[in-house]
Design a protein around this ligand. Structure first.
Ligand code: HEC
Length: 106
């Protein structure tokens, strides 16, 4: 047992980590969140609904869009990119996690 004076802060941290009432994510979306936080938030915002320091918001990105942009640094045919630039390098290290990222960002 931790000393009593630690219980308050610990409880607060637990609540913060639990997301304070946000709907629980499916295991796949939760995995996508971890990948997103580890691989994407150098440029995209921690909250995917907001613009990041370098990259645009990604909330609602389809699996097709993620595959094209993240694996090949292109866009699906007919897609209108949010930015005209081509700054983002492909991120092939997340190839296996595209479905999880799509589940998190939907
Ligand atoms: C080095 C910075 C950087 C990193 C890291 C990065 N991005 Fe990006 N991303 C950008 C920028 C900048 C754009 C805007 C287009 C451009 O300039 O390439 C973008 C655009 C995108 C788009 C297209 C958005 C749209 O609708 O037009 C998607 C999807 C995307 N990023 C997903 C990701 C994912 C998923 C990751 C993590 C695996 C990631 N990015 C990591 C910088 C980054």
């Amino acid at each position: 047992m931790p000393p009593r004076f630690l219980l308050g802060p610990l409880f607060f941290v637990a609540l913060t980590v639990a997301g304070c009432g946000e709907p629980a994510l499916s295991p796949e979306a939760e995995r996508g969140r971890q990948v997103y936080l580890a691989q994407c938030t150098a440029c995209h915002a921690t909250d995917p609904a907001k613009p990041g320091p370098v990259g645009p918001p990604l909330k609602g990105s389809s699996r097709e869009l993620l595959e094209a942009k993240v694996l090949r640094a292109t866009y699906p045919p007919g897609y209108r990119p949010k930015r005209p630039t081509a700054i983002m390098p492909a991120q092939p290290q997340v190839a296996r996690d595209i479905p999880a990222l799509a589940a998190y960002l939907q």
